[in-house]
Design a protein around this ligand. Structure first.
Ligand SMILES: Nc1ncnc2c1ncn2[C@@H]1O[C@H](COP(=O)(O)OP(=O)(O)OP(=O)(O)O)[C@@H](O)[C@H]1O
Ligand SMILES: [Mg+2]
Length: 624
């Protein structure tokens, strides 16, 4: 489908091209998901959940009780007026009852509101936390399975609905109880009413279900376009993005992308829901007709003096209540059955298991760098068929300083991830000080590692000090080591120039915050790993955004700083790896050359060629 986005038709919805993969949950699954959601919330807030459940049920009951007391009062009034008695003392007990009822009702609704509010507010952070704790537990290899990946995205968008889903279930339950109670009374004085209401409910149920289904399917199928529209609006709302948007004059383009889609989208939704409301009201009106028929029956019972005036008010009320509870329950069930689709993503994440088990052997905290021995290792990523390593063998001695170079995509970062056991080799083993890596308890291995990933983290919400100290988060901050780390990463000068120095917050979005440059961020990340000072240090492209002088300073320090430690440096800048004990050239997951700088230069292979090419680029003349 094409959209007239202003002057020119410029967009085709991705979701129009592919078949919709919207699939509702079946009845059985709805049941499973609902029970799980209830248990999930209950375990977080048992008391509030129970209080919420009880007050919901009680408040439905209390309405019936109120109507009953009122009917009794009317009877006393009628009796008094027909007998011409002005003494209303018979009515006092009922007035007292109404007062007691009123107090009880206020208390119930107060407790209900408080538990509802508390439940929503307190489960929110707990749900978010439960989700990331779960993801952490599952590990990256599981999370990278494509179906799990999609699910995580959708689940993280749906966590807000978990609590309200559970509350909807409670509403269904309390409506059901109310239906049962009113049924027991109604069936005695107007038995035919119940099957009539049931009959009229069938088309109500189906049209409601069909239209809700259409609405949810529409939302589901256009979720990606919605997200894309929202991203366009973000680009227009973030000062950091406005630089480029202003200069390339992309404002109207992005504005149309957001606004034209959103207006079209909301109009469609309004139209679907208008239809649903029309049919709902039409069939609810048929239900009303049954209620009116019930009124006639009740009135005739009064005329025949079978019942009192008070009974009339009570019964009339029950008829309406029975019918409205019924339609309410149906709409709630339909609503929740559609929402169960969102809940299922979270539910299924909790059914996933980690791709591999944690090892059981505790690895001691090392003082010297470990020896690493990779034997016959093969690996492919779980979501692809392409092998990254095939029978790789590599031994790194304790305390050795190894540099790995090679083309983009050669497998360098993948090797780091395997050493971190983020992934597990598909064949072969990695040994750490002669211990099979997969048998080691992962936490005890991590305490011996420091890895600066190519896609390193920035923590703009933390101060400079915290950005560095988080490298060793379980111990009190050692100021001397922290300053030394900053200095080794060539970061001291710019930190000292920040208004708040080491206490500087690193985002202009916070009060008094500044925004570090890309290279400054990288230096802070390097400082973090100097500070961590782990026995095995891995730097993956540590200086990609760093100026040549700083790079020179930092690399000179790395080799000295981590003297006793095992160090692996991955870099594309050949001038920085030349001092390594050994340089390994990786190509398509294979070691094609290795040795010292001078050996590789004399070898005149890939390394020598690439080195000369870069040196030429730097000096502008050729050779070093
Ligand atoms: N999570 C992943 N799932 C599937 N394939 C992946 C994944 N991560 C990386 N790859 C693929 O594995 C190969 C090796 O990637 P890797 O990141 O190890 O390369 P690299 O040597 O670090 O490259 P660069 O110099 O660009 O950092 C690439 O072909 C890449 O497309
Ligand atoms: Mg890489």
């Amino acid at each position: 489908m094409m959209f007239g986005f202003g002057k020119k038709k410029i967009n085709t919805l991705a979701s129009d091209k592919k078949e919709s993969d919207y699939k509702k949950v079946g009845n059985r699954e709805f049941w499973d998901v609902s029970i799980w959601v209830f248990g999930f919330i209950y375990r977080m807030e048992p008391l509030r959940t129970l209080v919420f459940l009880s007050t919901s049920v009680l408040s439905n009951f209390s309405d019936i009780v109120y109507t009953f007391i009122f009917a009794k009062i009317i009877d006393v009034l009628v009796k008094a007026s027909t007998n011409g008695v002005s003494n209303l003392s018979d009515i006092y007990p009922y007035i007292a009852l109404i007062v007691v009822y009123g107090i009880a009702n206020r208390i119930i609704s107060y407790i209900g509101v408080i538990s509802d509010y508390g439940l929503r507010m307190l489960t929110e952070p707990k749900i978010t936390r439960a989700l990331y704790t779960r993801l952490n537990y599952l590990g990256i290899q599981t999370l990278e399975k494509p179906q799990v990946n999609d699910r995580i995205y959708r689940a993280s968008e749906s966590t807000d609905y978990l609590c309200s889903y559970m509350q909807g279930l409670v509403e269904i339950l309390s409506s059901f109880i109310q239906i049962v109670v009113t049924f027991v009374i109604v069936v005695k004085f107007f038995p035919i009413f119940v099957p009539i209401v049931l009959l009229v409910s069938i088309p109500f149920y189906y049209t409601d279900k069909v239209h809700r289904g259409a609405s949810y399917k529409f939302i589901y199928d256009h979720a990606e376009n919605s997200r894309s529209a929202m991203l366009s609006s973000n680009d227009l709302g973030l000062p950091a993005k406005l630089n480029e948007v202003t200069v390339i004059q992309a404002f109207n383009f992005l504005d149309r992308k957001f606004f034209n889609f959103k207006i079209w989208y909301e109009k469609k939704l309004v139209s679907i829901n208008t239809k649903r409301r029309f049919f709902n009201n039409f069939f609810a009106f048929l239900g009303d007709l049954a209620v009116y028929a019930g009124f006639v029956v009740v009135f005739s019972q009064l005329v025949k003096k079978v019942i009192s005036v008070g009974d009339v008010t009570f019964r009339v009320n029950l008829l309406s209540r029975f019918q409205s509870s019924f339609t309410h329950m149906i709409t709630m069930i339909n609503n929740k059955m559609e929402q169960a689709l969102r809940m299922r993503d979270i539910y299924l994440l909790y059914q996933e298991t980690p791709a591999f088990k944690d090892g059981s052997i505790e690895h001691p905290k090392l003082s010297k760098g470990p020896e690493i021995d990779i034997k016959n290792m093969s690996f492919k990523y779980p979501n692809t068929e392409k092998p990254i390593f095939n029978n790789l063998g590599l031994n790194i001695k304790s305390g050795e300083k190894v540099a790995i170079v090679g083309h983009n995509g050669a497998g360098k970062t993948t090797l780091v991830k395997l050493l971190c056991r983020i992934y597990q080799p598909t064949q072969g083993e990695i040994y750490v000080n002669n211990q099979v890596l997969k048998d080691i308890k992962i936490d005890t291995w991590y305490q011996n590692m420091g890895v600066l990933f190519q896609e390193f983290n920035q923590y703009p919400q933390l101060t400079v000090r915290e950005n560095i100290a988080i490298g060793n988060p379980n111990e009190p901050v050692d100021e001397v080591a922290l300053h030394l780390a900053a200095q080794s990463a060539d970061a001291t000068q710019f930190i000292e120039e920040f208004p708040n120095k080491f206490d500087q917050i690193l985002s202009e979005k916070f009060k008094g915050g500044v925004r570090p440059s890309t290279g400054q961020w990288q230096k802070l990340a390097i400082a973090r790993f100097f500070y961590r000072n782990a026995p095995l240090v891995i730097f993956d492209e540590p200086t990609a955004s760093i100026d040549a002088v700083s790079e020179y300073n930092i690399f000179n320090k790395i080799y000295d700083f981590f003297k006793e430690k095992t160090v692996i440096i991955i870099s594309h800048r050949f001038s920085t790896v030349r001092n390594a004990d050994r340089i390994i050239v990786l190509d398509h997951g294979e070691i094609v050359e290795q040795g010292t700088h001078s050996f590789l230069m004399s070898n005149n292979g890939y390394y020598a060629k690439a080195f000369n090419l870069q040196a030429k680029g730097y000096s502008g003349s050729g050779g070093e």
